[in-house]
Design a protein around this ligand. Structure first.
Ligand code: NAD
Length: 329
């Protein structure tokens, strides 16, 4: 048996990854750790209920004795580290939980993994650590050697964690690798993030709040594409490396909004409300994914136009899920 610790397993990407792993490899015992913050829910793992290979553990990634026990009981050999506070706007209101979970949590997990031993440690990070690209230079993209330049408490906490992971490789030779992915979308995303926020607002006949001039640019990737490549990297990524992951699907928030409105049969005039911009709002993110293409033979497979339609349908069909999520926050 191959014992994998997946942190943040009850969150958006974590639950999609748990499903993929248990489908992909029958020899895996998946130890799914999650603190069940407002963003995590056992309902996200409902479809795996009854699978004896999934062991759910309710707890904090910064709880060292708990982690020691998981290693002792399950012989953890590999780690996929996703647990984090993940919403930029919440980090602007209060950065304490971000430092606790994203920085201290990562340090404690690294320490236990180092002391107890691990064959592979994949740290899941974000394109946001690179900061913002200038609007008038569409030719520029983030590469793995772009200097870290985080602008929000969220991205600063993720960058701090990335630095720790890097340091544990160089100092102790830990078998780590870091992934930095662009904006994900798909089923089970908490309805505070822009795509499910807009879809659930429109399902309730409420206008969608668009930040600033709506011209901030993001790159979108379907969560299944992200999870597929995380699984590949766990299996055969190169130790000590950083890998950019992206959907090659850059668009302004305005264009994103137009697409959602069109798919849901709404007009701009009746459904969009401009709101003051987010403080320190990064203007543009764009990922150069040459390295992961070359080394892993991977590229994003899901097409945005089809996958956004499917995502809208998922939220339409799972009203009790998103209503419960909104109530829990
Ligand atoms: P999410 O907020 O949906 O899920 C995070 C999960 O972590 C939740 O289930 C939460 O309960 C859990 N958690 C938080 N603090 C914890 C702690 N101290 N101990 C144990 N569990 C804790 O986030 P997500 O979108 O699924 O993101 C997962 C990871 O991927 C994060 O590290 C995030 O930075 C990274 N990431 C996300 C995106 C994206 O677009 N969603 C893009 C790139 C990278």
């Amino acid at each position: 048996m191959r014992a994998i610790l997946l942190t943040g397993a009850a969150g958006f990407i974590g639950c999609n990854l748990a499903r993929l792993i248990l489908r992909a490899d029958p020899s895996v015992r998946l130890v799914a750790l999650d603190k069940l913050t407002y963003a995590g829910s056992l309902a996200n793992l409902e479809s795996l209920k009854g699978d004896p290979r999934l062991i759910f553990v309710h707890g904090d990634v910064a709880d060292s004795p708990l982690l020691e026990r998981l290693w002792a009981e399950h012989g953890i050999g590999e780690v996929l580290h996703l647990a984090a506070e993940s919403h930029v706007d919440r980090g602007i209101l209060a950065s304490g939980p971000f430092v606790h979970s994203n920085v201290v949590g990562t340090q404690i997990l690294l320490d236990v993994a180092r002391a107890r031993g691990v064959r592979r440690f994949v740290h899941v990070s974000t394109d946001e650590v690179y900061g913002s690209l200038p609007e008038d230079r569409p030719d520029l993209k983030f590469t793995e050697s772009t200097p870290l330049s985080p602008n929000s408490p969220y991205s600063a906490s993720k960058a701090a964690a990335d630095c720790l992971v890097r340091a544990y490789y160089h100092t102790y030779g830990m078998p780590v690798l870091i992934t930095r992915c662009s904006n994900n979308y798909g089923p089970h995303q908490f309805p505070e993030k822009v795509i499910p926020l807009f879809i659930t607002h429109l399902l309730q006949d409420k206008p969608v709040p668009l930040y600033g001039d709506g011209l901030n640019v993001r790159d979108w990737i379907h969560v299944e594409d992200h999870c597929q490549v995380l699984w590949e990297l766990l299996n055969r990524g190169r130790t000590g490396e950083v890998y950019n992951i992206g959907g090659e699907c850059e668009m302004t928030n305005r264009a994103l909004t137009e697409t959602i409105l069109r798919e849901m049969g709404r007009t701009w005039e009746s459904s969009v409300r401009f709101v003051p911009d987010r403080p320190g709002h990064d203007r543009r993110y764009a990922m150069d994914i040459t390295k992961i293409r070359r080394e892993m033979g991977w590229s994003p497979r899901r097409r945005f136009d089809e996958a956004i339609r499917e995502t809208i349908a998922w939220y339409r069909d799972h009203e009790s899920w998103w209503r419960a999520a909104i109530q829990s926050s």
